[in-house]
Design a protein around this ligand. Structure first.
Ligand code: ATP
Ligand code: MG
Length: 402
């Protein structure tokens, strides 16, 4: 069918033509926004899930919901080895602009605090620090949010931003993607600041998204984090939602799927959003006419898998060094060996000792590779001594590589 009218959107953070199966989170967030704006105590949302399940897309949708309510919003993506100060300053700068406070002096004061927070970048590279500017015209406010202790500074910063939002009867929401990559000091400061703000009833919330071990990262830093955040596991879509993700965008273009075709699609994609978009894209291009049939799905399979191999699996695999790739492949082998029926659970975990066994090496000698893979977000550890792929079906992909 006409590729120009192809509605599907495989790709990291690509807005899907139909955001299926996330009504629960969207509704919960509306309640959070209303309560926070009224100064009621409310836990913030943290979305967790595997790669490609749609965390970034959902985070963006939540942000849009906040913008529709007139909130000030900002977003950042955490990176390993990067301090929170600069990206958070940019996000809050944006949020304050969006709030549109009627008193320029008040807004400028808060912008000055954001600037002083940003400029208090810890670290040795003074030259870089001098050159970097947060793009804020207001002068830095000395003595506020610039103590150098990120916990104190964050509380002061968010208190001032929250005060500004409360003035206009709105709120501020900060969205943090890849939240598991925040440094330990920043995580614990952020938890402490959220704790403080919610006690004071200030309308500021942090909404996070990250890999499945994010709750463990947060609770390792502050034990009360479980009471601070409401964790929402973002998973593959149910059959019904997966069908809707395919059917609704097709209907917009006056096309349809036969029931068999939808069953075949679910069989192939298992309801993983990224796979749904990739298969949708391929089957649309290859199907001669509407309705799309199960035969069309069978024909499109290899092309969809080829697209996934490059766009989804390959792009992650390439980030691993040769030693890390050996480790990944050994994980895939260990997953098959340790399963009862020789069929690996697509998201199951394996014992690190078994991986070492496959490679015939001592577990300690493999820690550098394992740690690097954890840091690159290719694997995660949900429980001690066990690891799993963050990318669904990664094991199967690796075995077709060999
Ligand atoms: N609810 C949904 N319905 C249909 N398609 C979706 C849905 N959520 C996400 N997608 C599609 O899935 C793909 C992956 O989405 P996204 O990049 O948000 O995943 P992610 O969880 O952030 O992945 P990563 O961990 O790699 O960052 C995109 O192509 C997006 O369009
Ligand atoms: Mg993402």
């Amino acid at each position: 069918m006409d590729p120009i009218r192809n509605p599907y959107a495989p790709g990291a953070g690509q807005r899907p033509p139909e955001l299926a199966g996330r009504d629960e989170q969207l509704t919960a967030f509306e309640v959070v926004l209303e309560r926070v704006a009224r100064g009621r105590p409310e836990r913030s949302l943290v979305l967790t899930g595997l790669r490609g399940v749609g965390k970034t897309v959902l985070l963006n949708a939540l942000r849009s919901a906040a913008v529709r309510k007139g909130w000030g919003t900002g977003k950042l993506e955490a990176r390993p080895d990067q301090s929170l100060r600069r990206p958070l300053s940019s996000a809050l700068h944006q949020a304050v602009r969006e709030l549109g406070h009627p008193e320029p002096d008040e807004a400028d004061h808060v912008l000055g605090v954001i600037r002083s927070f940003a400029q208090r970048e810890a670290g040795a590279d003074a030259k870089l620090r001098d050159r970097w500017s947060p793009g804020i015209a207001a002068p830095a406010v000395r003595g506020r949010a610039d103590s150098g202790d990120v916990e104190i500074d964050l509380v002061e910063l968010l208190t001032d931003v929250g005060g500004l939002a409360a003035d206009v009867g709105k709120g501020v929401a900060v969205f943090i993607d890849e939240m598991q990559d925040l440094g330990t000091d920043d995580v614990s400061a952020l938890c402490a600041a959220c704790h403080e703000l919610s006690q004071n009833g200030l309308p500021v919330i942090v909404v996070g998204a990250g890999l499945p071990h994010l709750p463990a990262v947060l609770s390792a830093s502050k034990s009360y984090s479980e009471r601070l955040f409401s964790y929402q596991r973002i998973d593959r879509l149910s059959r019904e939602a997966a069908d809707r993700a395919l059917v609704a965008p097709a209907a917009e273009e006056e096309a349809a799927f036969t029931p068999d075709a939808l069953a075949a699609m679910y069989d192939a994609t298992r309801g993983y959003p990224y796979f749904i978009q990739a298969y949708g894209r391929s089957v649309w291009d290859l199907a001669p006419r509407t309705p799309i049939t199960a035969d069309d799905v069978a024909v499109a399979g290899p092309e969809a898998e080829a697209e996934l191999a490059v766009g989804f699996f390959g792009s992650r695999y390439e980030r691993a060094t040769p030693a890390e790739r050996d480790y990944l492949r050994a994980m895939a082998d260990a997953a098959v060996a340790s399963s009862d029926d020789g069929v690996e659970d697509p998201v199951g975990s394996v014992a690190t000792a078994d991986v070492a066994g496959v490679l015939g090496k001592k577990p300690q000698s493999l820690s550098p590779a394992r740690d690097a893979l954890l840091k690159k977000g290719l694997i995660y550890s949900g429980e001690r001594g066990r690891i799993a792929f963050t990318v669904p079906h990664f094991g199967r992909y690796l075995r077709t590589q060999a």
